[in-house]
Write a protein that binds this ligand. Structure first.
Ligand SMILES: *Cc1c(COP(=O)(O)O)cnc(C)c1O
Length: 387
């Protein structure tokens, strides 16, 4: 079976009830028939579930589907994307290690890397997403991991995975890729040499704005370390959220195809709009890394960003001019969402810090939903008249 069929057909073994859809295993722990079975499970001699902080059938089904989609050996599901990112660092890095990460990165990931890792004696260097060929120069004797997002949030920079994959192989570094924006439907980093792929399942994987979740998949020995860290520290995904997310994976392929088609349409229609300085979408040939995007991605994803000519004030007017698009702190929903980083997520940064991460006052990010493409476009066009 192909990965997208596996995402539909992988299923927890049927119970005696003969159910078609997987039941919800809302249980904290699991029973044993006798002392010997229980001993063997605790000794890791069997795969039996013991306690839902360690494993649960709903989480395992979700993980198995994610492994099929990403082409990974093994995985572990977490309560949020951030707990997946954090666990991948804490389980594999130690005092004295060095991490290389791309500069434009999700805000909370930046906080972990720059504020918390140094508390544990882990050093880091940020590198320019657009110039992966320069990353080799920042490798030190104690460098252990390269961490990146592509496309990046919110800047939509594209990083050449084959360049970074070869670099990781040459210097024996762990390559850890946050594949949240692309999803495995558009991009499979393991094929380019990534050893770990982390996800916020809260976004496109759920796709309907309902639950938080995260997952890490990749090389078996690395996942084993991450599992052991999580099993003791407790960021396990709830069985209910796992059940929701596993069902969501059955439609990920069809949803992403439509999200990407709608996004490309919106991007093409707005690209030369009089109120816009520039617009970025990975599958428009005006994107600075268009050639890399079409090489490593099957579609351009569901996010479009652009800069309003009128700066921060125009950004506020744009949000207030929208009638249909939601103003909310999420992305990857059936419903289109607009956000204005300069007045919200990045409002606490100084002008200088914002510009260093390319968050200009007029930057708008659209998470393109599944409404009719012309309804989305018309709402944006109307709001642009107020800018
Ligand atoms: C949202 C997001 C995360 C964090 O995920 P949560 O599920 O919100 O914890 C990490 N990386 C990227 C790229 C994201 O967009």
């Amino acid at each position: 079976m192909r990965p997208i069929s596996k995402a539909i057909r992988i299923q927890t073994e049927r119970t005696n009830e003969g159910e078609h859809a997987t039941p919800l295993f809302l249980t904290s722990s699991f029973c044993f028939d006798n002392a010997e079975d229980m001993r063997a499970a605790f000794a890791d001699e069997t795969d039996d579930n013991i306690y839902s902080r360690f494993s649960n059938p709903n989480s395992q089904e979700f993980v198995d589907k994610m492994c099929a989609l990403e082409g990974a050996e093994s995985g572990y599901a977490t309560a949020s994307g951030m707990s997946a990112v954090f666990a991948s660092f804490m389980a594999l890095l130690k005092k004295g290690d060095h991490l290389i990460a791309c500069k434009s990165i999700f805000g909370s990931t930046h906080t972990i890397i720059s504020k918390y890792l140094p508390k544990y004696g882990i050093e880091y260097t940020y590198v320019d997403a657009a110039k992966p060929e320069e990353w080799e120069a920042s490798i030190q004797a104690n460098t252990k991991m390269i961490y990146l997002e592509t496309p990046t949030n919110p800047g939509l920079d594209i990083i050449d995975l084959s360049i970074v994959g070869s670099l990781a192989q040459k210097h024996k570094l762990i390559l850890n890729v946050d594949n949240c924006f692309a999803t495995p439907i558009a991009q499979r980093p393991i094929e380019y040499g990534a050893h770990l792929v982390t996800h916020s399942a809260t976004k496109w994987i759920d796709g309907q704005g309902r639950v938080l979740g995260g997952v890490i998949v990749g090389r078996r020995d690395l996942i084993k370390e991450i599992y052991l860290f999580c099993r003791s520290s407790g960021p396990a995904l709830s069985p209910f959220n796992a059940w929701v997310l596993s069902k969501s994976l059955e439609t990920l392929d069809v949803r992403m195809e439509r999200h990407a088609a709608n996004a490309l349409y919106i991007a093409q229609k707005l690209e030369n709009h009089a109120k816009i300085n520039w617009l970025k979408y990975p599958f428009l040939n005006s994107h600075p890394s268009y050639n890399v995007a079409i090489k490593q991605m099957n579609n351009g994803g569901g996010i479009v960003c652009f800069e309003l000519k009128g700066g921060i004030e125009s950004g506020r007017k744009f949000l207030d001019g929208l009638k249909m698009l939601s103003l909310t702190a999420n992305l990857g929903d059936t419903r289109s969402i607009a956000s204005h980083p300069a007045s919200t997520t990045h409002a606490k940064l100084s002008e200088e810090e914002r510009l260093a991460t390319n968050i200009t006052g007029g930057l708008i990010r659209i998470s393109v939903g599944l409404e009719h493409k012309d309804d989305i476009l018309n709402d944006i066009l109307t709001a642009l008249e107020f800018c």
